[in-house]
Design a protein around this ligand. Structure first.
Ligand SMILES: [Zn+2]
Ligand SMILES: [Zn+2]
Length: 336
Protein backbone atom coordinates (compact mmCIF):
# COMPACT_ATOMS: atom_id res chain seq x y z
CA UNK A 1 0.00 0.00 0.00
CA UNK A 2 1.04 3.60 -0.53
CA UNK A 3 1.94 5.95 2.33
CA UNK A 4 2.88 9.61 2.17
CA UNK A 5 5.82 10.29 4.46
CA UNK A 6 7.11 13.61 5.72
CA UNK A 7 10.79 12.61 5.65
CA UNK A 8 12.00 15.98 6.94
CA UNK A 9 10.47 19.48 7.02
CA UNK A 10 9.51 20.55 3.50
CA UNK A 11 9.63 17.03 2.01
CA UNK A 12 6.76 14.62 1.37
CA UNK A 13 7.46 11.37 -0.43
CA UNK A 14 5.33 8.35 -1.32
CA UNK A 15 6.62 4.99 -0.25
CA UNK A 16 5.33 1.42 -0.37
CA UNK A 17 4.44 0.00 3.06
CA UNK A 18 3.38 -3.50 4.07
CA UNK A 19 -0.28 -3.74 5.10
CA UNK A 20 -0.43 -3.14 8.88
CA UNK A 21 -0.17 -6.41 10.74
CA UNK A 22 -3.40 -7.52 12.47
CA UNK A 23 -2.71 -7.37 16.23
CA UNK A 24 -5.24 -8.49 18.87
CA UNK A 25 -7.43 -5.59 19.98
CA UNK A 26 -6.78 -3.64 16.78
CA UNK A 27 -8.98 -2.82 13.78
CA UNK A 28 -7.79 -2.52 10.20
CA UNK A 29 -9.26 0.47 8.37
CA UNK A 30 -9.18 1.57 4.76
CA UNK A 31 -8.67 5.34 4.87
CA UNK A 32 -11.36 7.07 2.78
CA UNK A 33 -10.91 10.76 3.58
CA UNK A 34 -8.64 12.77 5.85
CA UNK A 35 -8.62 16.40 6.94
CA UNK A 36 -5.42 18.44 6.78
CA UNK A 37 -4.93 20.11 10.16
CA UNK A 38 -2.80 23.10 11.18
CA UNK A 39 -0.70 20.54 13.03
CA UNK A 40 0.10 18.76 9.74
CA UNK A 41 0.98 22.06 8.08
CA UNK A 42 3.26 23.08 10.98
CA UNK A 43 4.91 19.65 10.89
CA UNK A 44 5.59 20.10 7.16
CA UNK A 45 6.96 23.59 7.79
CA UNK A 46 9.12 22.30 10.66
CA UNK A 47 7.57 24.71 13.17
CA UNK A 48 5.79 22.08 15.27
CA UNK A 49 7.71 21.56 18.55
CA UNK A 50 8.47 17.96 19.68
CA UNK A 51 7.93 16.56 16.17
CA UNK A 52 10.30 13.87 14.92
CA UNK A 53 10.85 12.77 11.32
CA UNK A 54 10.21 10.70 9.26
CA UNK A 55 6.50 10.75 10.09
CA UNK A 56 3.22 9.88 8.33
CA UNK A 57 0.95 12.85 9.11
CA UNK A 58 -2.82 13.03 9.53
CA UNK A 59 -5.28 12.42 12.36
CA UNK A 60 -8.70 13.64 11.08
CA UNK A 61 -9.90 10.38 9.64
CA UNK A 62 -12.86 8.85 7.84
CA UNK A 63 -12.34 5.13 7.43
CA UNK A 64 -14.06 1.91 6.40
CA UNK A 65 -13.53 -1.21 8.49
CA UNK A 66 -11.69 -4.00 6.67
CA UNK A 67 -11.21 -6.33 9.62
CA UNK A 68 -12.10 -5.97 13.31
CA UNK A 69 -12.32 -7.91 16.57
CA UNK A 70 -14.56 -5.21 18.12
CA UNK A 71 -17.93 -6.84 18.77
CA UNK A 72 -19.95 -3.66 18.10
CA UNK A 73 -18.48 -3.15 14.62
CA UNK A 74 -18.20 -5.21 11.43
CA UNK A 75 -16.47 -5.15 8.06
CA UNK A 76 -17.81 -2.34 5.85
CA UNK A 77 -18.80 -0.03 8.73
CA UNK A 78 -17.81 3.62 8.40
CA UNK A 79 -16.02 5.13 11.38
CA UNK A 80 -13.86 7.96 12.56
CA UNK A 81 -11.23 7.53 15.24
CA UNK A 82 -10.32 9.36 18.43
CA UNK A 83 -6.68 9.94 17.53
CA UNK A 84 -5.42 10.43 21.11
CA UNK A 85 -3.99 7.29 22.64
CA UNK A 86 -3.80 7.49 26.43
CA UNK A 87 -2.30 5.22 29.09
CA UNK A 88 -5.52 4.63 31.06
CA UNK A 89 -3.56 4.60 34.31
CA UNK A 90 -2.30 8.09 35.15
CA UNK A 91 -4.28 10.41 37.43
CA UNK A 92 -5.69 12.32 34.43
CA UNK A 93 -6.92 9.08 32.82
CA UNK A 94 -8.32 7.86 36.15
CA UNK A 95 -10.39 11.03 36.47
CA UNK A 96 -11.88 10.56 32.96
CA UNK A 97 -9.50 13.14 31.45
CA UNK A 98 -7.66 10.86 29.06
CA UNK A 99 -7.56 13.82 26.63
CA UNK A 100 -4.71 15.28 28.75
CA UNK A 101 -3.05 11.99 29.75
CA UNK A 102 0.47 12.36 31.15
CA UNK A 103 1.87 10.18 28.36
CA UNK A 104 -0.58 11.01 25.58
CA UNK A 105 0.32 9.95 22.06
CA UNK A 106 -1.46 11.61 19.17
CA UNK A 107 -1.89 9.61 15.96
CA UNK A 108 0.02 11.39 13.18
CA UNK A 109 2.04 13.43 15.68
CA UNK A 110 3.82 11.06 18.09
CA UNK A 111 3.10 7.94 15.99
CA UNK A 112 2.56 7.46 12.25
CA UNK A 113 -0.85 8.76 11.20
CA UNK A 114 -3.43 8.39 8.48
CA UNK A 115 -1.96 9.66 5.21
CA UNK A 116 -1.73 6.10 3.88
CA UNK A 117 -4.16 3.66 2.34
CA UNK A 118 -4.65 1.41 5.38
CA UNK A 119 -4.16 1.92 9.13
CA UNK A 120 -4.46 -0.35 12.18
CA UNK A 121 -5.90 1.38 15.24
CA UNK A 122 -6.86 0.22 18.77
CA UNK A 123 -10.49 -0.96 18.92
CA UNK A 124 -11.12 1.50 21.76
CA UNK A 125 -10.63 4.52 19.49
CA UNK A 126 -13.38 3.63 16.97
CA UNK A 127 -16.39 5.93 16.76
CA UNK A 128 -19.38 4.93 14.63
CA UNK A 129 -20.13 7.53 11.98
CA UNK A 130 -22.64 5.70 9.77
CA UNK A 131 -24.83 7.97 7.64
CA UNK A 132 -22.39 10.89 7.49
CA UNK A 133 -20.58 11.94 4.33
CA UNK A 134 -16.91 10.97 4.26
CA UNK A 135 -15.76 14.59 4.42
CA UNK A 136 -18.13 15.17 7.37
CA UNK A 137 -16.50 12.25 9.20
CA UNK A 138 -13.11 13.89 8.68
CA UNK A 139 -14.42 17.11 10.27
CA UNK A 140 -15.57 15.40 13.50
CA UNK A 141 -12.17 15.72 15.21
CA UNK A 142 -11.60 19.46 14.66
CA UNK A 143 -15.22 20.21 15.61
CA UNK A 144 -14.80 18.05 18.74
CA UNK A 145 -11.79 20.18 19.77
CA UNK A 146 -14.03 23.26 19.61
CA UNK A 147 -16.93 21.50 21.35
CA UNK A 148 -14.61 20.49 24.19
CA UNK A 149 -13.42 24.09 24.55
CA UNK A 150 -16.93 25.57 24.69
CA UNK A 151 -17.84 23.06 27.41
CA UNK A 152 -14.65 23.90 29.37
CA UNK A 153 -15.57 27.60 29.26
CA UNK A 154 -19.15 26.78 30.46
CA UNK A 155 -20.58 29.36 28.05
CA UNK A 156 -24.25 30.10 28.80
CA UNK A 157 -27.24 31.46 26.93
CA UNK A 158 -27.21 35.27 27.02
CA UNK A 159 -23.47 35.63 27.69
CA UNK A 160 -21.09 37.34 25.28
CA UNK A 161 -18.37 35.27 23.65
CA UNK A 162 -15.46 36.87 21.81
CA UNK A 163 -13.46 34.47 19.63
CA UNK A 164 -10.04 35.45 18.31
CA UNK A 165 -9.14 33.58 15.12
CA UNK A 166 -11.46 32.57 12.26
CA UNK A 167 -9.63 29.44 11.15
CA UNK A 168 -11.42 26.06 11.21
CA UNK A 169 -11.25 25.80 15.02
CA UNK A 170 -12.39 29.41 15.53
CA UNK A 171 -15.34 28.92 13.18
CA UNK A 172 -16.20 25.60 14.86
CA UNK A 173 -16.04 27.32 18.29
CA UNK A 174 -18.31 30.09 16.97
CA UNK A 175 -20.71 27.38 15.73
CA UNK A 176 -21.09 25.83 19.20
CA UNK A 177 -21.03 29.20 21.00
CA UNK A 178 -23.89 30.23 18.73
CA UNK A 179 -25.82 27.03 19.56
CA UNK A 180 -25.70 27.85 23.29
CA UNK A 181 -27.60 31.09 22.62
CA UNK A 182 -24.63 33.33 23.46
CA UNK A 183 -23.91 36.53 21.53
CA UNK A 184 -20.82 35.81 19.46
CA UNK A 185 -18.18 38.13 17.99
CA UNK A 186 -15.34 36.67 15.91
CA UNK A 187 -12.14 38.66 15.30
CA UNK A 188 -9.42 37.97 12.75
CA UNK A 189 -7.01 39.98 10.62
CA UNK A 190 -8.06 37.88 7.60
CA UNK A 191 -11.20 39.38 6.06
CA UNK A 192 -11.82 36.40 3.75
CA UNK A 193 -11.94 33.98 6.67
CA UNK A 194 -14.38 36.28 8.46
CA UNK A 195 -16.56 36.33 5.33
CA UNK A 196 -16.68 32.52 5.32
CA UNK A 197 -17.56 32.57 9.02
CA UNK A 198 -20.36 35.09 8.41
CA UNK A 199 -21.73 33.08 5.49
CA UNK A 200 -21.90 29.92 7.63
CA UNK A 201 -23.16 31.69 10.76
CA UNK A 202 -25.20 34.76 9.75
CA UNK A 203 -26.15 35.60 13.37
CA UNK A 204 -22.50 35.79 14.45
CA UNK A 205 -20.83 39.20 14.24
CA UNK A 206 -17.36 39.49 12.70
CA UNK A 207 -14.74 42.23 12.86
CA UNK A 208 -11.43 42.72 11.08
CA UNK A 209 -8.97 42.94 13.97
CA UNK A 210 -6.54 45.39 12.38
CA UNK A 211 -9.20 47.95 11.45
CA UNK A 212 -10.46 50.69 13.74
CA UNK A 213 -10.55 50.61 17.53
CA UNK A 214 -11.02 47.00 18.40
CA UNK A 215 -11.39 47.59 22.16
CA UNK A 216 -14.21 50.00 21.41
CA UNK A 217 -15.80 47.43 19.08
CA UNK A 218 -15.76 44.72 21.77
CA UNK A 219 -17.13 47.19 24.33
CA UNK A 220 -19.95 48.25 21.99
CA UNK A 221 -20.80 44.65 21.04
CA UNK A 222 -21.02 43.60 24.70
CA UNK A 223 -22.84 46.77 25.88
CA UNK A 224 -19.79 47.71 27.98
CA UNK A 225 -19.61 44.37 29.83
CA UNK A 226 -16.78 42.90 27.68
CA UNK A 227 -16.34 39.18 27.02
CA UNK A 228 -17.84 36.78 29.55
CA UNK A 229 -16.00 34.13 27.60
CA UNK A 230 -12.93 35.00 25.55
CA UNK A 231 -11.53 32.28 23.31
CA UNK A 232 -8.17 32.22 21.60
CA UNK A 233 -8.28 30.09 18.46
CA UNK A 234 -5.38 31.87 16.79
CA UNK A 235 -2.43 30.30 18.59
CA UNK A 236 -0.66 33.63 18.13
CA UNK A 237 1.30 34.92 21.14
CA UNK A 238 0.69 38.61 20.40
CA UNK A 239 -3.02 38.01 19.92
CA UNK A 240 -3.19 36.00 23.17
CA UNK A 241 -1.37 38.64 25.22
CA UNK A 242 -3.22 41.61 23.78
CA UNK A 243 -6.68 40.03 24.19
CA UNK A 244 -6.64 39.95 28.01
CA UNK A 245 -8.11 43.46 27.91
CA UNK A 246 -11.31 42.10 26.32
CA UNK A 247 -12.18 40.07 29.46
CA UNK A 248 -15.27 40.97 31.48
CA UNK A 249 -15.24 40.97 35.26
CA UNK A 250 -15.74 37.33 36.32
CA UNK A 251 -14.79 36.37 32.74
CA UNK A 252 -13.18 33.15 31.51
CA UNK A 253 -10.30 33.15 29.02
CA UNK A 254 -10.02 29.87 27.14
CA UNK A 255 -6.93 28.96 25.14
CA UNK A 256 -7.63 26.43 22.40
CA UNK A 257 -4.84 27.64 20.12
CA UNK A 258 -1.32 26.60 21.11
CA UNK A 259 1.99 28.40 20.66
CA UNK A 260 5.39 27.86 22.21
CA UNK A 261 6.12 31.16 24.02
CA UNK A 262 5.37 32.54 27.50
CA UNK A 263 2.09 34.36 28.04
CA UNK A 264 2.23 37.60 30.04
CA UNK A 265 -0.49 39.86 31.39
CA UNK A 266 -1.15 42.45 34.07
CA UNK A 267 -1.76 40.68 37.36
CA UNK A 268 -3.78 43.59 38.89
CA UNK A 269 -6.06 43.76 35.81
CA UNK A 270 -6.56 39.99 35.89
CA UNK A 271 -7.03 39.91 39.66
CA UNK A 272 -9.62 42.66 39.85
CA UNK A 273 -11.73 40.74 37.33
CA UNK A 274 -11.40 37.48 39.31
CA UNK A 275 -10.83 36.08 35.86
CA UNK A 276 -10.23 32.42 34.99
CA UNK A 277 -7.59 31.28 32.54
CA UNK A 278 -8.28 27.85 31.00
CA UNK A 279 -6.56 25.67 28.46
CA UNK A 280 -8.40 23.12 26.35
CA UNK A 281 -6.52 20.08 25.08
CA UNK A 282 -7.91 17.68 22.47
CA UNK A 283 -11.42 16.32 23.17
CA UNK A 284 -13.22 13.43 24.86
CA UNK A 285 -15.28 10.58 23.45
CA UNK A 286 -18.44 12.44 24.55
CA UNK A 287 -17.40 15.47 22.49
CA UNK A 288 -17.00 13.25 19.42
CA UNK A 289 -20.41 11.65 19.97
CA UNK A 290 -22.11 15.00 20.52
CA UNK A 291 -20.58 16.46 17.36
CA UNK A 292 -21.83 13.46 15.35
CA UNK A 293 -25.33 13.93 16.81
CA UNK A 294 -25.27 17.65 15.87
CA UNK A 295 -24.29 16.74 12.28
CA UNK A 296 -26.94 14.00 12.04
CA UNK A 297 -29.62 16.39 13.37
CA UNK A 298 -28.48 19.05 10.88
CA UNK A 299 -27.90 21.50 13.75
CA UNK A 300 -24.49 22.27 12.34
CA UNK A 301 -23.03 22.13 8.83
CA UNK A 302 -19.37 21.13 8.85
CA UNK A 303 -19.05 21.03 5.04
CA UNK A 304 -18.85 24.75 4.44
CA UNK A 305 -15.39 25.20 5.95
CA UNK A 306 -13.94 22.81 3.36
CA UNK A 307 -12.30 24.94 0.66
CA UNK A 308 -10.02 22.35 -1.00
CA UNK A 309 -10.37 18.66 -1.95
CA UNK A 310 -7.19 16.89 -3.06
CA UNK A 311 -6.80 13.29 -4.31
CA UNK A 312 -4.37 11.34 -2.07
CA UNK A 313 -1.92 10.64 -4.90
CA UNK A 314 -1.67 14.37 -5.70
CA UNK A 315 -1.19 15.53 -2.10
CA UNK A 316 2.60 15.03 -2.08
CA UNK A 317 3.07 17.55 -4.93
CA UNK A 318 0.25 19.86 -3.96
CA UNK A 319 0.86 20.18 -0.21
CA UNK A 320 2.84 23.47 -0.62
CA UNK A 321 -0.34 24.97 -2.19
CA UNK A 322 -1.96 24.71 1.23
CA UNK A 323 0.67 27.02 2.74
CA UNK A 324 0.24 29.74 0.14
CA UNK A 325 -2.01 32.52 1.49
CA UNK A 326 -3.11 33.40 -2.05
CA UNK A 327 -4.94 30.08 -2.30
CA UNK A 328 -7.27 31.09 0.57
CA UNK A 329 -7.19 27.68 2.19
CA UNK A 330 -9.47 27.34 5.18
CA UNK A 331 -9.73 23.55 5.36
CA UNK A 332 -8.47 20.95 2.91
CA UNK A 333 -9.51 17.32 2.79
CA UNK A 334 -7.68 14.49 1.10
CA UNK A 335 -9.78 11.94 -0.78
CA UNK A 336 -8.77 8.35 -1.41
ZN1 LIG B 1 -6.61 18.36 13.79
ZN1 LIG C 1 -2.92 8.54 31.18
Amino acid sequence: MKALICSEPGYLIYDEFELPEQKPGYTLLKVKCIGVCGTDIHAFEGTQPYFSYPRVLGHEIAGEIVETSHNEFKKGDFVTIIPYFNCGECQACKSSKGNCCVSLEVFGVHTDGGMREYIAVPNSCLIAAEGLKLSEMAMIEPYSIAKHGIKRAALKNGECAVIVGAGPIGIAAATFANLTGAKVLVLDVNKERLDVCKSILPTVETWTANEGDILEKVSEFTAGIMANVLIDASGNLNAINSSFKFLAHAGRYLLIGLQSGNISFSHPEFHKREATLLSSRNASKYDFEEVIAHIRNREIDVNKIITHRIPFLELGDRFPELLNLENKVLKAVVEF
